[in-house]
Each structure stands twice: as structure tokens, then as C-alpha cells.
Design a protein around this ligand. Structure first.
Ligand code: NAD
Length: 386
């Protein structure tokens, strides 16, 4: 059984789906691993590193795809790549099934079995496969470093002979995985941090990191679903949050926004008015740029300036930390792959409580109900046997 990794081709992408340490694990599971030449180079791993771990290296992309039983990727492959795989081949990666379901039609047509890392359920058993958390961790960390190196001031409180330098004031919106990592990183640099989230449970985690939690009275409104994710709020509830944020943004040097609602447009939390109220030299790093942004003025992957306030919305910060982002991702996908491989052969158990829910298409059908609904009536619903 062949597991194949291609060199990622998306602009700015530097991650690789499998690192050599994971290749070793997969070879131990009796799988053959084939890597496209230079696939790991930007993540500081050479073809030689992969060979030494037991992988076969090749430059022949066409042959790689034709021989793949499992294609492991970081980003969703192109329609052309899907069409070159054999029917029933497995594709595993960040496939954006809820944001861009249409782009998976070619995989459906080609009869591929696709698993989206975004759909891996966040249950205890699947914690080692939680690639969203891995990438959010990297993004939250890097966002603070980008902010720290962009603002015209320092982060820590310094008492010098020339007088006192006050610490940077940081406001973090959304205290999930990325937000908490941003808080921890900003605190390590010596910043004074405030954070806001609609989930009350986030308050304790924020405080345990030495930051102040901004409480908004939402009148006992339900703010999270059974899975612990935030739900879409009413306009009135959103407004209360926005008003509080605008007030606190006035004194912030750095605003890092990470608020997301799975499968929906990101909530708009920083209004144009709030930006106008911020002081010159401040920066907003909007980590929700890929789903519309948390700031009204954000433009994905662009840097905007408004009255001396800089607004950035980088959509792929993990790619700017390719070694550790690849290492974590590679471990996540390898843990998932170990559920699909038995005695060196592909063995897909759709009844498994991690495998089944992570599947998007299988045997010519869309098996994920939310994706099927987005794709419309043209797609047959069903849960075929493996
Ligand atoms: P996410 O990326 O979907 O959202 C980021 C944060 O934005 C969340 O904390 C959310 O509450 C917040 N948010 C959404 N709408 C908002 C609004 N209008 N105003 C302010 N904040 C808003 O979330 P995530 O980081 O992937 O994780 C969310 C939850 O899942 C957390 O409780 C986290 O601890 C939990 N989680 C559990 C596991 C596990 O059990 N294996 C793994 C990872 C995360």
C-alpha cells in the first residue's frame, strides 16, 4: 500500500504533510511511503532525510499520483490532481469541506474517499489527530511575534536610567486555541493582556494565563453548542460585544482577533468606528481573514492602514513556521492514518467514531451531511459500507 506526499504548490506554503519521523512510523506499519522530491525542503527536511527514514523519493509526479493508495496533503489538491488518482484512492488533508464544498466535486466524480482534517471530531480519543488545534497554536504564537515586530514600541515594562517604558497593551478577541496561545505569548513578552470570548468557560483559562477577562452580560444567552464551540449570536448580543471591544481597543497597542464559528462567516467584532477610535501606531492582526475577518476593514492577506492603525489579516501564519507546523501536522495525520491501516493494507471502518465523521466523500457519495446540504440536491446522501 502506497502513501504519497506531494510538494505543496499553494503560494506561500512551506509546510509538508509528512516529516521524516512520521515516515518511519508508517513504514513500521508496513506501508510504503513515496515522497515527491524536495517536498520537505522548505520545512528544512531534505530528500536524504526522507530516504534515511525509509521513503522512496521521486520527481515523477504523474507516477506518484497513479500509484497512490493514500495521498496525504496539507492543502486541498487541485481538480487536476484529484483526476489523476485511481478510483477509491484516499485523500487526507485540510480540504475546506464546509467553506468551499464545491471544490470537492471533482473528488466525488473521481470516486475518491476523502477525509478532511477539519472534520476530525474533538473527542478525547482523537486529540492526537487535532490538526486544527495544532495550526491554531502556531498561528496564535506567530501573530503576537508579527505584531511585536511591527509596532513602533517594545512589549515589556522596562525601568531604565532614562525612565520607565510602559508595557504594551494587548487585546485578544476569541480565547480558543489560537487566542490562548496568543495570550500566553504576549504575556511571555511582557505585555499586559485583556481578552474577550462569548464562551464563559474561556474566562477561567484566560485568567489562568495572567490576563484579564472582559465579561459581557449576554443575558443568559446560549453561546456554545454541545461540542464546546461558539454558536452564531444574535445582532443584539454581537453589538454588546462590539461596544465593549471598541472601548478597550482605544487603549490597545495590539489587537489579535481569532473569533470563529465553525462553518459560518467569522463574527465581525471590530467595527470601522472602533478602528477609528484606536491610537496611531496600534496594530490589528486578524486571524479570521480566511472566513471574512473579525475586523470590518480586514482584507485577507493584505496590510491596510487607517489613521496610523495597521490592519493585517494573514490567512496562513502556520506556513511561516514550517518546521514546527509540519511536525505537529505530520504527527496529527499519522495518528489518523494509523486508524486506516491494518497489516499494511487499507482498512476503512466507517463505523469508527473518528473515521466516519471525518469522511467527506466515499464510493461516489458525499457522506458528510453538512457538505451534502451545501452541494445541493445533485448529490445523493448516504452512508455506504466501506
Ligand atoms: P474556533 O477557532 O472555532 O473559535 C475561536 C474562538 O472564538 C472560540 O473560543 C469561540 O468561542 C470564539 N468566538 C466565536 N464567536 C465569538 C464572538 N462573537 N465573540 C467572541 N468570541 C467568539 O475555536 P477553537 O479554538 O478551535 O476551540 C473552541 C473550543 O473547542 C474551545 O472550548 C476549546 O477548548 C475546545 N477544544 C476542544 C478540544 C478537544 O476536546 N479535543 C480540542 C480543541 C479545542
Amino acid at each position: 500500500m502506497n502513501i504519497v506526499v506531494l510538494r505543496e504548490t499553494a503560494g506561500g506554503e512551506a509546510r509538508v504533510a509528512l516529516m521524516p519521523e512520521s515516515v518511519k512510523k508508517l513504514v513500521n506499519l508496513k506501508a510504503a511511503v513515496k515522497i515527491e522530491s524536495d517536498a520537505g525542503l522548505l520545512a528544512a527536511r531534505t530528500d536524504e532525510d526522507y530516504s534515511q527514514s525509509g521513503a522512496e523519493i521521486t520527481t515523477d509526479r504523474k507516477d506518484l499520483l497513479a500509484s497512490a493508495d493514500i495521498l496525504v496533503t496539507v492543502n486541498r489538491p487541485s481538480a487536476d490532481v484529484f483526476s489523476q488518482l485511481k478510483s477509491r484512492a484516499v485523500v487526507l488533508g485540510f480540504l475546506r469541506p464546509l467553506d468551499e464544498p464545491d471544490a470537492l466535486e471533482p473528488a466525488l466524480t473521481a470516486g475518491l474517499t476523502t477525509f478532511a482534517m477539519e472534520l476530525v471530531p474533538r473527542i478525547t480519543r482523537a486529540q492526537s489527530m487535532d490538526a486544527l488545534s495544532s495550526m491554531a497554536t502556531v498561528a496564535g504564537y506567530k501573530a503576537v511575534l508579527v505584531a511585536a515586530s511591527s509596532i513602533p514600541r517594545m512589549f515589556p515594562l522596562l525601568m531604565t536610567a532614562a525612565g520607565t517604558v510602559p508595557p504594551a497593551r494587548v487585546l485578544v478577541l476569541g480565547a480558543g486555541v489560537a487566542g490562548l496561545q496568543a495570550i500566553a505569548t504576549a504575556r511571555r513578552l511582557g505585555g499586559v493582556v485583556e481578552a474577550y470570548d462569548v464562551r464563559a468557560a474561556a474566562g477561567e483559562q484566560v485568567r489562568s494565563l495572567g490576563a484579564t477577562f472582559l465579561d459581557v452580560d449576554l443575558g443568559g444567552l446560549k453561546t456554545e453548542d454541545a461540542g464546546g464551540y461558539a454558536v452564531e449570536l444574535s445582532e443584539e448580543a454581537l453589538k454588546r460585544g462590539r461596544d465593549l471591544i471598541a472601548e478597550h481597543a482605544k487603549t490597545a497597542d495590539v489587537v489579535i482577533t481569532t473569533a470563529q464559528v465553525p462553518g459560518r462567516r467569522a463574527p465581525q467584532l471590530v467595527t470601522e468606528e472602533a478602528v477609528n477610535g484606536m491610537r496611531r501606531g496600534a496594530i490589528i492582526i486578524d486571524l479570521a481573514g480566511a472566513t471574512g475577518g473579525n475586523c470590518a476593514l480586514s482584507k485577507a492577506d493584505q496590510t491596510i492602514e487607517r489613521n496610523g492603525v495597521v490592519i493585517m489579516a494573514p490567512t496562513n501564519l502556520p506556513a511561516t513556521v514550517p518546521v514546527h507546523a509540519s511536525q505537529l501536522y505530520s504527527r496529527n495525520v499519522t495518528a489518523f492514518l494509523s486508524l486506516l491501516i491494518k497489516d499494511g493494507e487499507l482498512n476503512i471502518d466507517m463505523n469508527d467514531d473518528v473515521v466516519g465523521p471525518s469522511c467527506v466523500t466515499h464510493a461516489g457519495q458525499v457522506v458528510n451531511q453538512r457538505v451534502a446540504a451545501s452541494l445541493g440536491a445533485a448529490v445523493e446522501l448516504g452512508t455506504p459500507a466501506a
